[in-house]
Every structure is written in C-alpha cells, then in structure tokens.
Unconditional design. Structure first.
Length: 151
C-alpha cells in the first residue's frame, strides 16, 4: 500500500480546531482537569468560593467551578492554533505561566495540561481516530509484478 498524502496541512488545521474546541468543552465548560477529574475536587476554598459565586470579582465571566474567571485563559487557548504538515501546535501563548502555576499549586486536580497528558484522553483518542481515517482514505492499492529473468 502506498500513502498519497501522509502530511496534509489542511487536515491538521481542521483536526486542530476541533481538538481545541473539545478541550474548551471538557476543561472550561464541564470543569474537568486534563486527567478527567473534577476541577479542584469540585469546590474552592470557602472565601474564594463565596466571592466567585456572588460574582464579586472584576471582569468575572463565570461562577462555576472551572479554571475560568475572566475568560482570558479560554480566549488565549482559542487564539493559538498552528497547523503544520506533520501535526498541529495548540497552547496558551500569553497565559502559559498561569497554567504552569495552577499545576504547581493544585497538583493533578488543578492541571489544564502537562507533559505526560498534553490533552484530555477524549481529545487524544479523537486525534488518533481522525489520523487513522485520513491514512485509510489516502491509501492506494499498488500491485507490483516481479519478474525473474529477461523479458
């Protein structure tokens, strides 16, 4: 079998955008960590939880238990998707330090992304499934005839 388009940038652009949207739904809308646990065990400290549920923060856009307060972190993820012929880059170009600080302060239950799990498992499975379909679609059957001797 020969593969006609192994590296295809428009494919990675489409898959990268869908992966970004899935990450937003899982982490920011459903309030899950990258490992699938509820964000910070489903509750904040008493003082912070009371202020957030009462909408007392400046520029606050969410009251649920999720890694979103003003929406800047969500918008930062949405602004950066960089497809290339061999894959895509996705991340937090401006607020990467905040993501790292959340991981250091809260450990596994406060992790948006990490080295051992860059995206939630559902997103990783989606990317693998789409890549497998892309490879299957771009395979061509090649028949080779091997002859021994002169023609």
């Amino acid at each position: 079998m020969a593969i006609t388009k192994l590296s295809h940038q428009p494919f990675w652009d489409r898959v990268g955008k869908e992966a970004r949207d899935m990450i937003k739904r899982i982490i920011f809308d459903k309030g899950k960590s990258v490992y699938g646990d509820t964000w910070l065990g489903g509750k904040y400290s008493k003082a912070y939880g009371a202020k957030k549920s009462a909408n007392k923060f400046k520029r606050q856009s969410s009251t649920k238990v999720a890694p979103v307060l003003t929406g800047d972190l969500v918008n930062d993820l949405g602004s950066f998707i960089k497809p290339n012929p061999n894959g895509f880059q996705i991340g937090f170009p401006t607020y990467g330090k905040r993501v790292e600080d959340l991981r250091k302060r809260f450990g596994k239950k406060g992790t948006i992304t990490s080295e051992d799990r860059p995206m939630p498992m559902a997103v990783l499975k989606y990317v693998a499934r789409e890549y497998h379909k892309h490879i299957k679609r771009n395979q061509t059957c090649v028949t080779r005839i091997h002859r021994i001797g002169k023609k």
